[in-house]
Design a binder for this molecule. Structure first.
Ligand code: SAH
Length: 371
């Protein structure tokens, strides 16, 4: 990604920009955020990530919250040009977990003391689906987990029903705050405006609201990414889940635009986005997304050291994972398996971080805004 901001080097100092961002949230302007995202010197990048990590530690502590993620189904009515589970991908076996399957996984999540759960799936809008999710939520309510839904665009009424049935948080990525770029990434019929309206409806309905974007998309500039972060602030979101775009061979975007971006560059930009977002919005929850792990084994841990505070181990049964490949190389590990969990725990402990078992890890920002 070529930056049009390299000349800023002569006007801005890394130390000054970082000090300003640390002193007060939302203090950077779009140009200053672009300046940070454009840093290329490895010492400067190290300072940038360390400053973001300091902000994370100051507000949240050396603590990482876990949320078990259940990929509840890959049937999707959307046809997003980048996504491996898009409607038109005929090469994919479609599945949806039963109520019993989801309950069993939620029970495991409670047993592991994760205290929080994410239910994600393709986007479906139907009475049957609304009812199904409602039943699932009511059934898992006694497990007393903090439940996040990531089930796409729905009507305000549906969001309200699911909130009343026990969901506390909702993650709906805007994908990009640039409307023209959004139009390039989606077929006609998909609406950026509706997605923004959904985020507003979620807020009105009382959820902790999460959004996010992909970085390293074709036709995306550094300035677009800086604007994405300003957008997070304007929407006053409580949580962020974002990661680099990784081409999927069955999704048309990978052949529509040729890109010369290495995995290292994708990982680096994913980490820079986390760090810049933490420096801009001090007290929100930021997830180190699975896409980071697809690019490096310790990608999520690197995300924590750049300012993220949430990791979402995948607890979906491995037999289904192959069919929830949003992008190429998505890890299919059984993260609920004892060895895997202790390895993650050890890696985080080695970094000086503690996993907060038994706490929901609600967004501090949400607690402050509803107080
Ligand atoms: N349908 C739900 C969630 C499922 S997809 C919803 O719209 O909210 C979850 C996220 O995966 C998407 O929001 C998108 O940002 C990400 N994703 C999809 N394809 C991707 C790709 N090729 N590379 C990286 N992330 C991708």
């Amino acid at each position: 990604m070529v930056s049009q901001f390299s000349t800023f080097k002569f006007q801005l100092s890394v130390e000054d920009v970082l000090a300003k961002a640390q002193a007060k949230e939302r203090s950077l302007d779009r140009g200053e955020i672009s300046f940070l995202l454009s840093l290329s010197d490895s010492d400067d990048i190290a300072k940038f990530f360390a400053a973001a990590y300091e902000v994370k530690v100051k507000h949240i502590g050396r603590r990482v919250a876990l949320r078990g993620i259940i990929e509840a189904g890959n049937i999707c009515s959307k046809d997003c040009l980048y996504c491996g589970i898009r409607r038109s991908n005929g090469a994919l076996g479609r599945y949806s977990l039963s109520e019993d399957d989801i309950y069993r996984l939620a029970e495991e999540c409670a047993k592991e003391n994760y205290a929080s759960l994410v239910i994600q799936s393709g986007e479906l809008e139907s009475d049957a689906h609304t009812l199904f999710i409602e039943r699932v939520l009511k059934r898992i309510e006694p497990l007393n987990l903090g439940v996040t839904l990531s089930l796409g665009e729905q009507s305000e009424e549906v969001y309200k029903r699911w909130r009343d049935a026990g969901a506390a948080r909702y993650l709906l990525r805007i994908e990009t705050s640039n409307k023209e770029l959004y139009a390039k990434l989606h077929p006609t019929g998909h609406s950026w405006e509706r997605r923004v309206e959904c985020l507003r409806a979620l807020r009105r309905t009382g959820y902790q609201v999460g959004t996010g974007v992909m970085s390293c998309l074709p036709c995306q500039s550094i300035d677009d990414l800086a604007q994405d972060i300003i957008f997070f602030g304007e929407m006053d979101v409580d949580m962020i889940g974002m990661g680099p775009y990784i081409p999927h061979p069955e999704a048309p975007l990978s052949s529509l635009y040729s890109q010369d971006v290495s995995n290292e560059e994708r990982l680096l930009m994913g980490l820079k986005m986390i760090a810049a977002t933490r420096l801009y919005l001090h007290d929100i929850n930021i997830a180190a997304a699975t896409a980071l792990q697809a690019l490096a084994d310790d990608g999520r841990e690197q995300g924590i050291m750049a300012g993220a505070n949430v990791i979402m181990p995948n607890i979906t049964d491995t037999q289904y994972r192959r069919n929830y490949q949003l992008y190429a190389g998505k890890p299919c590990l059984d993260e609920n398996e004892e060895d895997y969990r202790s390895a993650l725990e050890k890696r985080l402990t080695d970094l000086g971080e503690t996993i907060v078992y038994g706490e929901r890890g609600d967004s501090l920002h949400y607690a402050r805004r509803v107080r």
